[in-house]
Design a protein around this ligand. Structure first.
Ligand code: NAD
Ligand code: DAU
Length: 345
């Protein structure tokens, strides 16, 4: 079995590469990644010499390069993680989100059609459902919740999902889609909430919480997401969407306070800053379908996962210090440099 994993030098894609190489020693995993600011070859250094692994630097929008790769590898399946993934960046510059997330998906599926692939799996997000109100804790996203997006990022992911389902109906392409909640764990890029707060706290820098910090996210340890995709790939029903989430809702402010506690840092580092535009209030996944049909359940409790994650950042300083020493500084200055501070707390 040969599987093309796109975006495998990023956060979840790399964890998926590790998972698959460990679980299936006889599979060939071909990682395709453009190595944007979010992709790091150093993340994959432990598998580079594995004879069952191949890394190819390519843009999923580059039709010639992608078709050439399919010609060479004749893959059995494709798992598409490659995307522009950060909501704040999509608010600053939507275009690349539409290009990579929608047109890149189209190129991959066209190659799948031409080479008669066994499965195309699209890694999507719970953000395609929009958000839920804070005063209705009884509401959850199911696979039947209407698509209702808030940001250019989530709109681009929703556009891709619709295209994937259209390729299934129109051309009979054997597709599946997973829509997962917020992941956390090793190799999470420092622009995202949890790593950003850990790294800033370690340097005694302000911890920039958007607005009051009451927004709720449904956190899942990355390895549990990888196991869910593995199950869908092997046992999922073609044409179906599967929600993935672990019923672990937390307010941003509570996450940041927990990180302060774990690192022995004062909560006075917390700085409330101007809110994200169009900021989604609450995400909450109903994972009944994947549990009932495929037997998936999360294995890592948040208390253990966050402990492991904080420890990982403490013991892998080289990985993130290299990242934050480069263009990240410019990004940080642009996003946070003159962001208004709010008189909260
Ligand atoms: P990430 O930003 O950490 O990694 C994205 C990877 O894709 C990087 O390695 C980057 O170099 C690569 N890439 C970007 N554009 C590319 C292109 N045009 N061609 C080839 N490679 C390209 O993202 P992530 O957090 O690992 O997310 C992976 C996928 O999972 C995304 O599709 C995202 O929408 C989805 N998702 C993420 C989360 C989460 O909490 N992080 C939750 C649900 C779904
Ligand atoms: O729900 C799945 C999605 O989760 C994925 O599809 C996205 O790719 C992924 O980036 C993530 O999106 P979020 O916007 O939820 O994640 P982020 O880490 O950017 O923000 C989490 C919450 O923390 C959100 O409410 C905004 C807030 N936040 C974020 C940052 C970066 C802050 O308060 N301060 C910050 O500096």
């Amino acid at each position: 079995m040969t599987i093309i994993v796109t975006g495998g030098a990023g956060f979840i894609g790399s964890n998926f590469v590790f998972h698959m190489l460990e679980q299936y020693p006889d599979y060939r995993i071909v990682c395709v990644d453009k190595l944007t600011y979010a992709g790091n070859l150093s993340t994959l250094k432990t598998v580079m010499d594995n004879p069952n692994f191949r890394f190819v630097r390519a843009d999923i929008c580059d039709r010639a390069a992608i078709f050439q790769l399919f010609e060479e590898e004749k893959p059995d399946a494709v798992v598409n993680f490659a995307a522009e993934s950060h909501v704040d960046r999509s608010i600053e510059n939507p275009e690349v989100f539409l290009t990579t997330n929608i047109l890149g998906t189209q190129v991959l599926m066209d190659a799948c059609r031409k080479y008669g692939i066994g499965r195309y799996h699209q890694v999507s997000t719970d953000e395609v459902y929009g958000d839920l109100p804070l005063d209705r804790p009884d509401l959850f996203f199911t696979e039947d919740t209407p698509i209702h997006t808030s940001s250019p990022y989530s709109s681009s992911k929703a556009g891709a999902d619709l295209l994937v389902l259209a390729y299934h109906r129109t051309y009979g392409l054997p597709v599946t889609i997973s829509r997962c909640s917020n992941n956390y764990g090793p190799y999470h890029f420092p622009e995202k909430l949890i790593p950003l707060m850990i790294i800033n706290a370690l340097a005694d820098k302000p911890l920039p919480v958007y607005g009051e910090g009451l927004n709720v996210r449904d956190w899942l340890y990355v390895e549990d997401h990888c196991r869910a995709i593995d199950l869908i790939l092997h046992k999922g029903t073609v044409g179906e969407v599967y929600n993935v989430g672990g019923h672990n809702e937390m307010r941003n402010i509570d996450i940041v306070k927990l990180i302060c506690e774990k690192l022995g840092k004062p909560e006075s580092l917390i700085t409330h800053v101007a809110d994200r535009k169009g900021h989604d209030m609450r995400y909450a996944i109903d994972p009944t379908k994947i549990h009932r049909e495929l037997g998936w359940l999360p294995e890592t409790k948040f208390a253990d996962g966050i402990e492991k994650t904080v420890r990982w950042y403490l013991t892998h300083r080289d990985w993130w210090e290299e990242i934050i020493s480069g263009d990240y500084q410019k990004y940080y200055e642009k996003m946070y440099g003159d962001r208004e501070q709010l008189p909260i707390g």
